[in-house]
Design a protein around this ligand. Structure first.
Ligand code: KIV
Ligand code: ZN
Length: 530
């Protein structure tokens, strides 16, 4: 634990005045505590390193007193991070404070985040405490914590439903006791942006010592206003915002980090204030969270959703091809997405089709393009999104929906203590059958290897994703694979109640496409030509 003279000086006025919004990331605390988003220690550490690289100012790593695992994760993160302030949550209780201090011992910059409910509803029904008791517990805790870490943040939980005079009173005493950040959460996502701005303007006027501390906003999304409320708080002088990647968090979530940061950047002339975030890392960080929690974001999620920089309608695609500013207010590269995608589907037009075919190396004359476009529309009208391999097939006069030549006759997989094996029996439309087995790092890896051996087609897996198509134990899994073969990327999908079978179907759909589009003699592993 740090002694008094080891502590950093309280936040200086110059620092308070610096016109920058501090990003306090709580993905690993408020985000991780939401159902479906739990992460083990290794995952938390990976996420913490990615958040430091992203440039967050403060990272709330967990609630050390909540469990030995949370304690361990906070301690590991505290040791690993170099520049970011590492923060541990604590109730206004000695045990919590001491445990947060111990977990943060190795941190280069440490912060204890103390919280207690201040609203009448919480005081009466949750805590069974009077105003005076809440006040005393808060101040005694701040005084204890400030000797044990570099900075103390004090949060008045359910602040937006607290009597404003009481809030100003407890915040004024918190400043005098040594808190350097005052967080006023909209815990239940109840306020509107206008109210949020008035609320912080009131606090800045009525809290004694307001000019010596940083005000912080922590908004939940119960009415879908967390980001708007956070931005309104910034306009009212707040200089720290608490948020999470992908907006994960309790109930409907917290304010989404990527949305706040990009709003400040894209609307810089309006807000006139920025963050230290390296926005080109936003997409990668969002993807990492999805990978670690297994929870994808919805397609239409702002900034990081699959549709955020995708256009399908012919009118929009035409506009985009003329000038990207017609339908995009930011460049995908600014958030770490390689390119805008012009999705080719039933709403797309000839201009986008011609452009995509050209990128793929096909330059059909007008009459040929008409014919390809007509066949393209028939497929797209079936509700199908067309990918590059479909377009290659169309340009060559083939049917992208053709199946075969291979089909699965039998499939078996097993795994035991980290080793897995799979065997497949495949039938070829030319009449022969091939059986092969393989071992792998897991059942999915093993089945892929067995299919490669049986068909003689090497696949270098570049992406693998399985999504449940419905809820429950008998839900269908949708496996989507991307793999490289002969310098091209191919996609395939498969659906089954069994994940290994869905993967096998996806892999085989790729192999079948490759064989249909590769004008070579059909081979099998023994080198016998069919
Ligand atoms: O929503 C909330 O009030 C919180 C506090 C612990 C800051 O998460
Ligand atoms: Zn919260």
């Amino acid at each position: 634990m740090k002694s008094i003279d080891q502590q950093q000086a309280p936040t200086s006025e110059a620092d308070v005045a610096a016109d920058r919004v501090r990003i306090f990331d709580t993905t690993l605390r408020d985000g991780e505590q939401a159902p479906g988003f739990s992460m083990d220690r290794r995952a938390k550490l990976r996420m913490a390193l990615a958040l430091e690289a992203l440039g967050v100012d403060v990272l709330e790593a967990g609630f050390p007193q909540a469990s030995p695992d949370d304690f361990g994760a906070v301690a590991e993160i505290a040791k690993a991070l170099r520049h970011t302030t590492v923060c541990g949550l604590a109730r206004c209780q000695n045990g919590d404070i001491d445990s947060a201090a111990r977990a943060l011992e190795a941190a280069r910059h440490s912060r204890i985040h103390l919280f207690i409910s201040t609203s009448p509803l919480h005081r009466e029904h949750k805590l069974g405490m009077s105003k005076a008791q809440v006040f005393d517990a808060a101040i005694a805790s701040i005084e204890r914590a400030r000797h044990l870490c570099d900075e103390v943040e004090f949060s008045a939980e359910d602040a937006t439903r607290t009597e404003p005079e009481f809030l100003a009173e407890i915040f004024s005493a918190a400043v005098a006791a040594g808190a350097t950040t005052l967080n006023a959460p909209d815990t239940v996502g109840y306020n509107t942006p206008g109210e949020m701005a008035d609320f912080f303007a009131y606090l800045r006027r009525h809290v004694q010592g307001a000019d010596k501390v940083i005000f912080s906003s922590h908004c939940h999304d119960d009415l879908g206003m967390a980001v708007a409320n956070t931005l309104a708080s910034i306009s009212a002088g707040v200089r720290q915002v608490e948020c999470t990647i992908n907006g994960i968090g309790e109930r409907a979530g917290n304010a989404s980090l990527e949305e706040i940061v990009m709003a400040l950047k894209v609307r810089a002339p309006y807000f006139g204030i920025d963050t230290r975030i390296d926005t080109r890392r936003l997409y990668g960080t969002s993807k990492l969270l999805t990978e670690l929690t297994g929870q994808p974001v919805q397609r239409n999620k702002a900034i990081v959703g699959a549709n955020a920089f995708a256009h399908e309608s012919g009118i929009h695609q035409h506009g985009m091809l003329k000038h990207r500013g017609t339908y995009e207010i930011m460049r995908p590269q600014d958030v770490g997405i390689a390119e805008t995608t012009l999705v080719l589907g039933k709403h797309s037009g000839r201009a986008a089709l011609r452009q995509r075919l050209q990128t793929l190396g096909h330059t059909p004359a007008d009459a040929a393009l008409d014919e390809i476009f007509a066949r393209f529309k028939v497929l797209a009208d079936r509700g199908r999104e067309l990918h590059d391999e479909d377009l290659h097939a169309l340009a060559r006069g083939e049917d992208p929906d053709a199946t075969g030549p291979w089909r699965i006759v039998q499939l078996h997989s097993s795994s035991h203590l980290g080793s897995a094996s799979a065997s497949v029996k495949l039938a070829h439309e030319h009449g022969h059958e091939v059986s092969e087995a393989a071992i792998g790092d897991g059942p999915v890896d093993a089945v892929l290897r067995a299919i490669e051996r049986a068909t003689g087609t090497a696949l270098e897996l570049t992406r693998f994703q399985v999504d449940a198509m419905s809820e429950g134990g008998d839900a269908h899994g949708h496996a989507q694979l991307r793999a490289r073969h002969a310098s091209r990327e191919w996609r395939g999908d498969g659906v089954s109640t069994d994940i290994v079978e869905a993967t096998a179907l996806a892999a085989l759909s790729i192999v079948n496409r490759i064989e249909r589009q590769t004008p070579v003699a059909i081979k099998h592993p023994q080198g016998v030509t069919a």
